[in-house]
Write a protein that binds this ligand. Structure first.
Ligand code: UD1
Length: 391
């Protein structure tokens, strides 16, 4: 690298959960005088409510490039991203490609970069559900095998990677960058009038999100879930911002909703954060929401048989209730039976180690030192205190 030129890092985002994981890293990279992060959007998610609003609210700049791949089967979507991202790498190769999470965009871009011998960094590395029926698990395993910098949010993730034979020198336990976004924006979220708009009062409603194919693609399973939610809604209002996949399946079912069950469009980052923060409980099959509720101290019931985020059960507020929707009622009943003071106590529980709002800076420090090794010492100086996170 010539003096005066900046080392380019291509930061890839594609689907909704990528945006809040990448934003803090992108911000920290942008603050380095010798690094030039470029934002690449694959276009896996393209609706304003699934993409645009997150850029606006998280302060992400307009992407430098949008590959506009859109929706398709897994194979076609992954292939399109691979082809278009590879062409971009050929045209202007960065010094490093950074991917996040476990979506199709993550694995496709990691593969394109690895084949061109461009180093790959993976934010949220090492999570494992040990359930290969989930496409995300395949994406995680492959991406981690291809990565040169594996940034883990928790120590269980470090152990998962070591058990797969990955060299410990590549593994960096840095904490959870999605929780950086949460901590940065929580106050702004709380000051919005989200609850008023929905006619809700603090700790007197539940929030639901569901989008896993295993829950929503099978009409019988979706009907049973909706039945359980209608029953829950007879006890307290239930807000259900429906993912486009889920909304489409619900429309096909033509299922009658019920009083108290508020189904709405997907929400922006701040409104959804405000809703989660003040909820009595959350029912979900999302990965990220298991972590966000743990950071907020809000009880979470996860409608899955397994989780790639066991720390949210062991140290947080998450409970795996299995995939039978009949479990929702009794598990919610246990939470509703708690005194509000017990719930307040949960909100004071310390978050898992390094979920402290500084993961993005740690990642940026490590990457900057790798792409501009001759300047590593200067670059690290500003971050020394926050980077003390050995594996
Ligand atoms: C993807 C991720 C999943 C993540 C989820 C968050 C993979 C394998 N899965 O799942 O890990 O938790 O994003 O939302 O990458 N659609 C729209 N508008 C959009 C995006 C999608 O209408 O902006 C609809 C399309 O009908 C599409 C369907 O949603 O076919 C599914 O979208 P897709 O990106 O394939 O997967 P998700 O289910 O969103």
């Amino acid at each position: 690298m010539n003096a005066g030129t900046k080392a380019e890092i291509a930061c890839v985002v594609g689907a909704r959960p990528n945006f809040m994981k990448m934003a803090p890293v992108f911000d920290a990279l942008r603050a380095h005088p010798h690094v030039q992060p470029r934002l690449i959007h694959t276009g896996q998610h393209y609706d304003a409510a699934m993409s645009r609003v997150f850029f606006d609210e998280l302060g992400l700049p307009e992407p430098d490039v949008n590959l506009e791949v859109g929706s398709a089967t897994h194979a076609i979507q992954t292939a399109r991203i691979l082809e278009r991202f590879d062409a971009l790498l050929e045209e202007s190769p960065p010094q490093l490609v950074l991917v996040a999470g476990d979506v199709n965009s993550t694995v496709a871009c990691a593969l394109a970069a690895a084949k061109r011998m461009i180093p790959v960094g993976h934010v949220e590395s090492g999570l494992r559900s040990h359930d290969r029926s989930m496409p995300e698990e395949i994406n995680r395993i492959v991406t981690d095998q291809l990565s040169d910098f594996l940034f883990t949010p928790s120590l269980d993730a470090v152990e998962n990677l070591a058990a797969e034979g990955i060299d410990r020198a590549k593994i960096h336990f840095v904490g959870n960058s999605m929780i950086d976004s949460l901590r940065k924006h929580l106050r702004a979220a709380q000051s919005r009038s989200t609850l008023e708009r929905f006619g809700l009062s603090r700790a007197r409603y539940a929030v639901v999100t569901l989008h896993r194919p295993s829950n929503v693609d099978d009409p019988d399973s979706l009907s049973a879930i909706l039945e359980a939610l209608r029953s829950l809604a007879s006890r307290l209002p239930v807000v259900f911002p429906a993912h486009p996949r889920t909304a489409a399946r619900m429309e096909r079912l033509g299922s009658a909703l019920a009083p108290g069950l508020i189904v709405c469009e997907p929400l922006g980052y701040l409104d959804f954060l405000a809703l989660m923060d003040a909820a009595r409980l959350v029912v979900t099959d999302s990965g990220g929401i298991q972590e966000e509720t743990t950071a907020l101290g809000v009880p979470c019931l996860t409608l899955r048989d397994n989780t790639e985020r066991p720390i949210t059960v062991l140290e947080g507020t998450n409970r795996l209730i299995g995939s039978d929707p009949a479990a929702i009622g009794p598990a919610a009943g246990e939470i509703l039976a708690l005194e509000p003071s017990d719930l307040d106590e949960a909100q004071g529980t310390p978050a898992p180690a390094l979920w402290d709002g500084h993961a993005g800076e740690r990642i940026a420090t490590i990457l900057a030192a790798s792409v501009i090794p001759d300047r590593a010492n200067d670059i690290n100086a500003g971050f020394e205190k926050k980077s003390q996170a050995p594996v």
